[in-house]
Design a protein around this ligand. Structure first.
Ligand SMILES: C[S@@+](CC[C@H](N)C(=O)[O-])C[C@H]1O[C@@H](n2cnc3c(N)ncnc32)[C@H](O)[C@@H]1O
Length: 378
């Protein structure tokens, strides 16, 4: 279940953070296909790819690329603090003698870059951002190979490669994965970027949105329901916007004297939240933390937690993240502090909150969503 066998070697890879009874593997057929292409055994004919120059690995989820290629000293670039932590943990378990250079998606990429290996992200806007970043640091000889599961590779995906990097071809599907081979055309004009974007709420608040950030430049209906039913915030309150996305909830709840913490695993989400908050409160007190749940927030330090937990294709992953967020909220709340959650009615957050906090109220509901409140015992 956790042994990945690829041309570069055999590695035990785990999905971090660990979950009891994990059913999912830490890699997929698109990782295997890409590593085969690097070795010259799958998808492309010829010698192994020369990785002696600077190699970038984009969107490696759990180290499936970084661990086998660690001896080539690649740079891993990711929008997820969890992905970086998982890759480092798997590297330490498998190849403790190697180090991995990592960069957040909000960092500048190193220049120049010779090889780019990219796992296609689910978000097309994030892909666009990354292809533009790659273009900025590429030279005429730069080799780019992307891979993904065929169900995530659409005509629009391939068009983006063509528009931003140059003429693009694809491999045959193998175990439902495909490789994408763009040929760099540095004379191509990719046009101006359309991200980041902003939109305004009814009260005039401007929301800043970087590519790939939740709700894609418009207000989500669950977020809207919580915005219409916000808690009364005490003076000088410490507010935690947990899984902040573009920072709508934390900024809307804040007053000029609040102390706001934005927490998210996505670096682009945090950059959006910072911009959203700063526009409303240019001198207000806030900090942002890139971490799993509220791992980097101190115990008993928060008066109000606001939370719209993430959805995920895999129900078990979504449930585990929501449960982690509620547990973290309980830990970081001061006695008497409150957690306000919005979620899909059918997700059964009621029961989870009752179990953890010993109480919960339904504050509001719509046909699809429900806003719940739970108070930590004083
Ligand atoms: C449904 S969105 C809500 C965003 C924002 N609060 C809103 O209502 O517009 C969930 C957010 O949780 C973040 N997230 C997902 N998994 C996380 C984790 N393990 N720890 C912290 N944040 C996470 C996602 O990046 C995303 O921004």
């Amino acid at each position: 279940m956790s042994l990945m066998v690829v041309p570069q070697g055999e590695y035990t890879l785990l999905r971090y953070p660990l979950r009891p009874k994990e059913q999912l593997r830490a890699w997929d057929a698109a990782d295997e296909y890409l590593l085969g292409a690097v070795a010259g055994t799958a998808g492309r004919e010829g010698d192994p790819l020369d990785l002696r120059g600077r190699t970038l690995l984009l969107n490696d989820a759990f180290g499936a690329l970084s661990v086998p290629l660690a001896d080539q000293r690649p740079t891993m670039v990711s929008d997820s603090a969890n992905a970086i932590a998982a890759a480092l943990q798997n590297l330490a378990n498998n190849r403790p003698d190697y180090k991995l250079e990592t960069r957040a998606s909000t960092d500048d990429l190193p220049f120049p870059v010779d090889v780019v290996l990219l796992k296609v992200p689910k978000s097309l806007t994030l892909l666009e951002h990354q292809l533009r970043q790659v273009r900025e640091v590429a030279h005429l000889e730069t080799v780019v190979i992307a891979s993904g599961m065929a169900r995530h590779i659409h005509t629009s995906t391939l068009e983006l490669f063509g528009q931003i990097l140059g003429p693009t071809s694809t491999s045959l599907a193998k175990k439902k994965a495909r490789l994408i081979f763009p040929t760099l055309d540095l004379d191509l004009d990719p046009g101006p970027p359309v991200w980041p974007q902003t939109f305004n709420l009814d009260d005039g608040m401007t929301v800043h949105c970087e590519p790939g950030v939740f709700s894609g430049g418009k207000l989500d209906s669950g977020t809207r329901l919580l915005l219409q039913n916000m808690p009364r915030i005490p003076a000088e309150a410490a507010i935690l916007d947990l899984g902040c996305g573009s920072g709508i909830l934390g900024t809307a709840a804040a007053a000029a004297d609040s102390h706001v913490t934005f927490a998210d695993i996505s670096y682009l989400a945090l950059r959006s939240a910072e911009a959203t908050y700063r526009e409303r409160y240019p001198t207000g007190d806030f900090r942002s933390v890139a971490c799993d749940g509220a791992d980097d927030v101190a115990e008993a330090s928060i008066d109000v937690v606001l939370n719209n937990p993430p959805f995920h294709d895999d129900q078990a992953v979504a449930e585990a993240t929501a449960w982690k967020m509620f547990n973290d909220a309980h830990r970081v709340l001061k006695p008497g502090g409150e957690l306000w959650v919005v979620g899909n009615r059918h997700l059964g957050y009621h029961a989870k909150l009752s179990k953890l906090f010993g109480n919960r109220d339904t504050v509001a509901s719509s046909s699809k969503f429900v806003v719940l409140r739970a108070r930590k015992a004083a």
